[in-house]
Structures are given as C-alpha cells and as structure tokens.
Design a protein around this ligand. Structure first.
Ligand code: AMP
Length: 341
C-alpha cells in the first residue's frame, strides 16, 4: 500500500484527510511543539516527531518513509524552510516535480518561466534608481509576504529598506526583487494538471488576507499618514472567490500555457497542483505577479470540494483528495514514476 506523507503545517490537514478518504495510509512529519494539535485529528495514522522539519532529510526519517512506500506532498512550508538543493536531495518520491520548486523560489528563474508561459507580468525593475511608478519590493523564496514593502521612488525605497533592516526584518545583504505594483482585484487561480490523463483542471480561486496591508485599509487616511510602520503582506488567511464566467476561458488558457511552458523548460513539467497569482484590473485584464508550483494553502477553503470541481466530479473533491486520487490511480497502473520525482 502507498502512504501519503507531508510536513505538519500549511495544508497538511487537508492533504492527509483527502488521503485517508482515498483509503491510503497517512503520515505526518510533525514538530514536537505541534504534536498536541495534530493528535486531535484521527485521520492521521502516524506521526514522525522531529525537532525541525529539516530532519526530513535525515536517513532515519527517509527510511521510515521508504518502509511505508510514502509519497511526500510538497507545500509552502517545505519551500520556505529548505533550500532548493535540500529539496532536490530528498530520496522519498516527491509528488509532482521537485525540480520546478527551484523555479518557484528563485525570482529570476520564476520570471523566466512566467515569460515562457506568456503570462502578462508587472514590469520588473532592475535597480532602485529606475523606480518611476509605485513598486512592490519582495524577498526571495516563499516568504509569505513578510518583509515586502512598497516604494514610490529611490529615496522611499532606501528609507523603507533601512527601516526594515534596523527592525531586523530584512538583512543587509539580502537581494531584493522590485516589481511594478499592479492594482486590482486579487485572484489566486488554482489548477491541477494530470500527466496520467493529460488534462488540466481548474479547481478554484481564492483571495488572501494579508496583514498589515489589509488592516491599513480600514483606518482613515489621516491616521494612515501618521503611521510610520512599513506595512507587510504577511498572509493570515484566505477566502473564496468565484470569477465571472466570461473570464474562465482565459483562465484555462493561462493554465495550459503554463503547463506547456513547464514541459518545455523544466522536465517533467508542471504535474499536480499549481497556482497562478495576480490581479484583475478595471478592464478585467489579468496581470500575474507570481506562481506556486505545488498545492497552495488557499485550497484549504475548499476542503469539502470547490464550486468548479463540483462541475467536474460528482462527489466532494478537495485538492488533497485529488492528489491522493492521482496517486492511487498511478499506483494501480504501476505509473508512480509518471507523477513523482
Ligand atoms: P507574492 O509573494 O509575490 O505572492 O506576494 C505577496 C503579496 O504581495 C500578494 O499576495 C499581493 O497581495 C502582493 N503583491 C505581490 N506582487 C504584487 C504586484 N506586482 N502588484 C500588487 N500586489 C502585489
């Protein structure tokens, strides 16, 4: 029997519940400090208790996973806490394409893949000197929006960067990525691509609630102007979004372009769940500032199934369950190598 394993954070509850519903064994790599939380959930068959998630790289942990024929489901916490080299060195089969996670973490590679996929992107700004319009300044990796800031010109950039360094939020030698700020309605488009069927599925859309930029919008301009704090984009939670139906065709096209681009430049391509993240402007034109090449935490809102998946499946289908279904089918057909790396 195949088991599903993941790190205890991000979307692990959804992933393991979905696996259990598909009749698979479930394993959670769990930090000691969170053991009490995760013991509350009866669908978790086995906990591997660790001091730090990096222990997933240890021979001991990998042996336990191997003995259970486990497939590891990567998510944002894996990317945030481990380097690309570390992720690539994992011996346990990783669901999807572990090589593409490097393309998610490295800003320049990310830009290259998005360009290859012809996704409309905000203009990247090479140096602070070139800032002419409002920009957003980002850190590398899946930092979850912590330490991001907006700047209107070079002086503004320097002042805010220095302030964040003095507050210990940014480090001096950190390479920051500058991009034009795109205003509009946030939309995080969640997909699943199955190399077994060759089909792209649109799962759903969500919005992120980010502190403290969102909180800032709730206070009057007079108080905003007096605030000296640099607002961050730290994700606190997500809420569902359904799109105008007239936008769906383009959504599928963007997803398909992304899958095709990934096939061309990062073998074996964009297998499994992924997310294209951006904003719709006043003309309903989408600009994409990011992608995630694995399950996103925004899919947690649809643990009981999403509106769009209810059109494709006559059962409640979460993203976690969809992943488990893919693994189950691949195992039965002896094609696990097609969906893991
Ligand atoms: P990211 O890590 O790129 O997903 O960015 C974190 C958050 O920053 C997003 O969820 C958006 O709220 C915001 N953001 C990032 N890039 C842009 C952009 N170019 N224009 C507007 N907002 C952005």
């Amino acid at each position: 029997m195949t088991a599903i394993a993941t790190l205890g954070s991000h979307c692990s509850l959804q992933v393991l519940k979905g696996a259990k519903d598909e009749g698979l064994k479930t394993i959670l790599v769990c930090e000691k400090k969170r053991e009490k939380l995760y013991r509350r959930f009866p669908f978790i068959d086995e906990l591997i208790i660790v001091d730090s998630f990096k222990e997933v790289l240890d021979a001991k942990t990998q042996k336990i996973l191997e003995q259970s024929n486990a497939v590891l489901i990567p998510h944002g916490t894996l990317i945030a806490q481990m380097s690309s080299e570390e992720i690539e060195s994992i011996k346990t089969p990783v669901f999807g394409n572990k090589w593409i996670l490097r393309w998610e973490s490295d800003r320049n590679m990310k830009e290259q893949l998005m360009r290859e996929a012809t996704l409309p992107m905000p203009k990247p700004i090479a140096t602070p000197k070139d800032i002419e319009k409002l920009v957003i300044v980002k850190r590398q990796g899946a930092a979850g929006g912590k330490g991001y800031f907006m700047a209107a010109n070079e002086d503004d950039y320097n002042a805010k960067r220095n302030q964040l360094i003095s507050e210990g939020i940014l480090s001096k030698d950190e390479t920051l990525y500058i991009q034009e700020y795109a205003a509009g309605v946030l939309a995080y488009l969640q997909f699943f691509y199955s190399p077994l069927t060759g089909e792209l599925e649109f799962f759903g859309a969500d919005q992120r609630h980010e502190s403290d930029i969102e909180g800032l919008g709730r206070i009057p301009a007079e108080q905003q102007l007096k605030s000296t704090k640099v607002p961050s984009f730290n994700v606190i939670g997500n809420s569902p979004l359904v799109l105008r139906e007239s936008l769906l065709d383009e959504v599928y096209t963007m997803g398909e372009n992304f899958v095709e681009a990934a096939k061309r430049i990062v073998a074996p391509g964009m297998n499994g769940p992924f997310c294209i993240e951006g904003v719709y402007d006043e003309n309903a034109k989408f600009t994409s500032f990011e992608f995630s090449a694995r399950i996103v935490a925004g899919s947690n809102i649809y643990m009981d199934g999403s509106p769009y998946y209810s059109l494709l499946f006559n059962e409640n289908m979460s993203m976690g369950k969809r992943i488990a279904r893919e693994i189950k089918i691949a195992t039965e057909k002896n094609q696990l190598d097609k969906i893991t790396t």
